[in-house]
Design a protein around this ligand. Structure first.
Ligand code: GDP
Ligand code: MG
Length: 253
């Protein structure tokens, strides 16, 4: 497989146990290069990932000494990628929930329209917890309002291709979006910056504990974080409303 000079796969990982090794192998089978950012994991996976990378020139591993959150891990990855000349990153969760088989399709969609972001639109299996499936409808409703229905198919799904430059710029300009608020806030702020969303269906798996499934989603903590996030995004939306309306009128005419 030829190594891409522009597009890389970026996997933020936090205490997934052995599942991250399977995720990395599945991603490497589809793409080069793949970078993993180990976000202060205490499960001993960093060492084994570094050993995998030592034997694979298309796999790189960055280890953050302390846990800083998914958004912070993605930012560390894209800043390093940008320094090496990459322009786009496909983010993918480490925990085996995302479809590695679709990496090439998502990358091709991004190469065809480099100024856009390619958003995974989740296709749930019957095993998906109803609480999570319904919970995201609330977040999606807010995100659609905050972007004046610019076409965000799903606000929370982390399987996406981002243009690195606007995402890094947005994240560097403020200190939000570092934890679980990363995925929805990124999509809303990129829409505001004029980055067009393109939605592509992608199945999500919910692995049982026996299959190695892990989630660090904490219902109270993370829903509180998301509520505060949508509050500030709503305020940002009100400030930008004239601009957004103007843009919609221009697009329609
Ligand atoms: N929750 C959480 N995930 C992190 C962190 N740093 C990196 N990640 C990665 O972000 C992804 C999403 O987290 P996860 O707990 O699976 O959330 P869920 O899929 O919505 O249940 C996984 O790939 C994690 O390994 C962190 O500090 N907290
Ligand atoms: Mg997950």
């Amino acid at each position: 497989m030829e190594r891409s000079q522009s597009h890389l796969v970026l996997i933020p990982s936090y205490n997934t146990g052995a599942t991250v090794f399977e995720t990395v192998k599945a991603a490497r089978a589809q793409w080069a290069p793949v970078w993993v950012v180990v976000d202060g994991s205490t499960d001993g996976t960093a060492r084994q990932l570094e050993a995998m990378a030592a034997g694979d020139p298309d796999l790189s591993v960055m280890v953050l000494p302390e846990n800083r959150g998914k958004g912070a891990a993605v930012l560390a990855g894209i800043e390093a990628a940008q320094a090496e000349g990459f322009t786009h990153a496909l983010t993918m969760d480490a925990d085996g929930q995302h479809p590695a088989k679709l990496i090439a399709d998502f990358m091709a969609a991004s190469a065809a329209e480099p100024s856009a972001m390619i958003l995974g639109k989740p296709v749930f299996g019957p095993e998906a917890p109803a609480l999570r499936v319904n919970g995201r409808k609330v977040s999606n409703g807010w995100a659609n309002l905050e972007t004046l229905w610019m076409g965000v198919g799903d606000s929370l799904y982390g399987f996406r291709v981002y243009p690195i430059e606007p995402l890094a710029r947005i994240m560097q300009s403020q200190s939000f979006m570092r934890r679980f608020d990363f995925d929805p806030e990124a999509v809303v702020r990129l829409c505001w910056a004029g980055v067009k969303p393109i939605n592509m269906d992608a199945p999500v798996r919910y692995l049982s504990a026996e299959e190695g499934g892990v989630s660090h989603f904490n219902y109270l903590r993370d829903n509180t974080l998301l509520t505060w996030m949508h509050t500030r995004l709503f305020l940002g939306f009100v400030l930008r409303l004239p601009m957004l309306v103007w843009r919609r009128i221009r697009a329609a005419s």
